[in-house]
Design a protein around this ligand. Structure first.
Ligand SMILES: C[S@@+](CC[C@H](N)C(=O)[O-])C[C@H]1O[C@@H](n2cnc3c(N)ncnc32)[C@H](O)[C@@H]1O
Length: 302
């Protein structure tokens, strides 16, 4: 399924794009949000497009180059936690806006071979980078090498999985006799660890385990905190930061981290912006999305 950008108009409005400004899309994917930003920036602007997904970024480049009078683009295959270094490398000191549309795109969720979904039997990778190198942590590493307590902490801490301990115990018991290599093997283990009633709920019983493992494999929450930290220093006065989250754990981290920087960044509203009925009708995958926006006010002088 192709990815439909979520909260597109709301996030672009929130960024209050200045023609000729410098903006960062931390999660470019195939360029859904970047395209709108690029059109508003015009050819005197600069757009830095970051993503860990090399394949998606390559497609974004092809799409974005087609825009008439497009801005200068800087495409960067990296984790957005390195935003500070990325800007230094390109000689950029201040930016006018930063967007992060967190998590996975629909293609990443659906595309065979990445291990993000329990609907297909795939190797347990779950890395945003489709071609992980040996030094990257995969879901396979966590499941086959981490201790029982650490696995339970991941499942509970990242996804509030109430059967975290039972699932972790079952994983460790199973791997004694054979490696756990595929998504279907993992689904069977979860099914045998949770009560029957839990297996018949509306939300699939493996949802939380898969979400938690993906978050741990990509060290997602730390990346978000580091990006907000960098944003607080690199945003120009009046510059804006817009972050779209897709579940409560992510939103909680964004909310708390923004609070930590409240002396530097001001929230535009206490409550997050959520998708309209109209958007939900055309894109049900947007249902859990929330947008938080902050700006950097001019310092007050006495
Ligand atoms: C929801 S998609 C973005 C979709 C895009 N805004 C659009 O509408 O076309 C999230 C993207 O962020 C990327 N991503 C997630 N965490 C990342 C990180 N820490 N650093 C860089 N890219 C990341 C994923 O690979 C994915 O392509």
């Amino acid at each position: 399924m192709s990815h439909i950008p979520v909260l597109l108009h709301e996030s672009i409005d929130a960024l209050q794009i200045k023609r000729g400004g410098i903006y960062v899309d931390c999660t470019t994917n195939r360029g859904g949000h970047s395209k709108e930003i690029a059109e508003l920036l015009g050819k005197t602007g600069t757009l830095i497009c970051i993503d860990l997904d090399t394949d998606a970024l390559r497609e974004a480049e092809a799409n974005l180059m087609q825009i008439d009078n497009h801005p200068r683009y800087i495409f960067v295959h990296s984790n957005f936690r390195h935003l500070g270094t990325i800007l230094v490398t390109h000689g950029i000191e201040r930016v006018d806006g930063i967007l992060a549309d967190l998590g996975l795109s629909s293609q990443e969720l659906d595309s065979a071979g990445r291990g993000f979904t329990f609907r297909y039997d795939e190797p347990l990778l779950m890395t945003f980078d489709p071609h992980p190198t040996d030094d990257m942590t995969t879901a396979y590493d966590i499941i086959n090498n981490w201790g029982e307590e650490s696995i339970a902490d991941v499942l509970y801490g990242y996804a509030d999985e109430r059967y975290a301990k039972r699932i972790a115990k079952k994983i460790v018991e199973t791997r004694i006799s054979k490696e756990i290599k595929t998504t279907f093997q993992l689904v069977d283990i979860i099914a045998s660890a949770v009560p029957t009633l839990y297996r018949h709920r509306k939300t699939h019983f493996a949802t939380k385990t898969f979400q938690a493992l993906r978050m741990a494999a990509n060290d997602e929450l730390t990346s978000i905190k580091e990006m907000i930290h960098t944003a607080s220093s690199v945003l120009a006065y009046d510059g804006r930061l817009a972050i779209i989250t897709f579940h409560s754990t992510e939103d909680r981290v964004v909310k708390h981290t923004l609070k930590e920087y409240r002396d530097i960044l001001t929230l535009t509203s206490k409550k997050p912006i959520v998708p309209s009925e109209e958007e939900l009708n055309t894109n049900p995958r947007a249902r859990s999305a929330q947008l938080r926006v902050a700006y950097k006010p001019l310092p007050k002088y006495n």
